[in-house]
Design a protein around this ligand. Structure first.
Ligand code: NAP
Length: 348
């Protein structure tokens, strides 16, 4: 572990220099990694592990499009692709990468295969942290570990293929073998992480749920829409409202503040923009902080988890979700977005 100073706070992180791939391969050389679920994280992690030279098999329920997707990615039925229980029986490390709702449903079938000395691996602290609601209580003689890439499985794979790495958090909930930490870090390196930072299951799920409901998705859509609406209500065209709200942000500013930070952005814009941004960041902060505080408390008391379990375990949840997603897709702002994207020179 290397000590790094993050803005005055010292934290331990693991980098690929100090824990190289060769060491990860050595740690896991006798392990069979069973990746259960081939949705979004499943393929990203499994393909990166396979390309990095680990012994990987997939557990996926048969008969659907996802099974076919696994075959298309080169997994061979009966050799490296099995149904969930068969893969869980063969695996010594079980990467439980079903959707969080499916993890609850499949748990009774998985549990008998979690025999002494195996490791149960999650990419989210949800099932364990809220186990009074999920029923996911592992036996005490296995390791229970977590590596949570901070991004989509699609990005994990894409960045791996580009020679980059997505940062991940890691945590150990239960160390039955005395090897849990070594196994976890080796897996974190194997799935293609950038650097790894330590957390625990509870902090992982609280920050993750807050992040996705907050600035990563929920808050950003809410703020973008509010500005777009105000511009439209004041007579601005969709094209102008969209360009000033979204297109400039994603095309011009995001890449710059990803590379250099928002502090640099502030220091390198016009003095007019500088004055206004400095004056208005306070009111926006003050208006939204109570919403973030409410969000965090809803996460921490388990209400958010319960809402997600209740809605996502209904048999018609996909259809209901699709209605809401359709409304977003067909909103004026995102219909405008589709046209603006098409007009980008690189798409012509
Ligand atoms: N999405 C991400 O990029 C991301 C990022 C970080 C962490 N995570 C965490 O990684 C884990 C996996 O998330 P994900 O987004 O990859 O999941 P997902 O795409 O929603 O998972 C779909 C997988 O679950 C299977 N499944 C769904 N319902 C099932 C059921 N009733 N019985 C058996 N299998 C069922 C699907 O098979 P079928 O296709 O046959 O239904 C598919 O293999 C979660 O803990 C999540 O919080 C995800």
């Amino acid at each position: 572990m290397a000590e790094m100073n993050f803005g005055g706070v010292v934290e331990n992180v693991v980098t690929r220099e100090e824990f190289p791939l060769e060491k990860a391969r050595e740690v896991l050389k006798n392990e069979t990694i069973a990746v259960i679920g081939y949705g979004v994280q499943g393929p990203g992690q499994a393909l990166n592990l396979r390309d990095n030279g680990f012994n990987v098999i997939i557990g996926q329920r048969k008969g659907g499009k996802t099974w076919e997707k696994a075959i298309a990615d080169g997994w061979v039925p009966g050799e490296t692709l099995f149904d969930i229980e068969e893969a869980a029986a063969k695996g010594t490390i079980i990467q439980y990468l079903l959707s969080d709702a499916a993890q609850i449903e499949v748990w009774p079938k998985l549990k008998p295969h979690l025999t002494a000395g195996k490791a149960l691996y999650f990419s989210h602290g949800f099932g364990i942290t809220f186990n009074d609601r999920t029923g996911i209580v592992p036996p005490s003689d296995i390791d229970v570990i977590l590596v949570a890439p901070k991004g989509s499985g699609t990005s994990l794979r894409r960045m791996f293929l580009e020679g980059r790495g997505l940062n991940s958090s890691f945590a150990i909930f239960q160390d039955a073998t005395g090897k849990a930490k070594e196994r976890t870090i080796a897996l974190g390196i194997g799935v293609g992480s950038g650097y790894l930072f330590e957390t625990d299951f509870k902090r992982e799920v609280y920050s993750d749920l807050t992040g996705e409901r907050g600035t990563l998705m929920g808050a950003i859509q809410g703020i973008l829409l509010a500005q777009y609406e105000v511009l439209r209500e004041n007579g601005h065209t969709p094209s102008e409202a969209f360009n000033e709200t979204v297109e400039e942000l994603t095309q011009s500013l995001m890449p710059l503040f990803a590379e250099k930070g928002m502090d640099w952005m502030y220091a390198n814009c016009s003095t007019t923009a500088q004055r206004g941004a400095l004056d208005w960041m306070g009111p926006f902060h003050d208006a939204t902080k109570p919403v973030f505080a409410k969000l965090y408390s809803e996460v921490a008391c388990g209400n958010e988890a319960q809402r997600s379990i209740d809605t996502n375990s209904k048999s018609d949840y996909r259809e209901k979700l699709e209605d809401e997603l359709k409304a977003l897709r067909e909103s004026e702002m995102w219909r405008t977005g589709a046209v603006v994207r098409k007009l980008r020179p690189e798409n012509n």
